[in-house]
Design a protein around this ligand. Sequence first.
Ligand SMILES: [Fe+2]
Length: 200
Amino acid sequence: MTVQPLNRTSFGDDSNSGVLMTLEEANELLNEWVPNERLQLHMKQVAAVMKAWALEKEGCDERTALKWELAGLLHDADWEKYPDDHCRMIIEELERRSIDPEIIHCIASHGPRYFGVQPANNMDKMIYVFDELSGFIHAAALIRPARYEGLDHKSILKKLKTPSFAAQVNRDDISDAISRIDTPLEEIIDFVIEKQKHVA
Ligand SMILES: [Fe+2]
């Protein structure tokens, strides 16, 4: 699997600003493109965390929060079927569907080191923050008998310092993402735990 940089700086069309999908349409796309339930769950968890952050921390209205949610829900939609074209395929699909350019840019910037697109606004920065952490926290919850019950940032911070645990999660990406926002890592971890623990 070799992810290619997107080699683009502009995504979608400004005239489509405000054009959203419904959650039903996004879930249909997921069911078609992502047979892997574990990967679908990852996207649903990131979506729940993104939506909650938009509503609770950014003061967004419901429609703007839906943009955050859709970006979370679709950010890895092409990972399973098109691993060599990850990110490019979903971006082009959303462009074909004339979706709001901010959603497309957000997805394009969720891995700056891989796709070569820098997070610009808060929605972009937060998907970058939440993506790896959400998967890492879920992996940590799964190995506990009580799962999410009683899980807090202390044990997650400890696991982040254990390179053998969820070794595929790049700790540098997490630090880089956190360095771009004003909220401390501890607070972000507790927020992710709280908002994704009910998503199954
Ligand atoms: Fe992801």
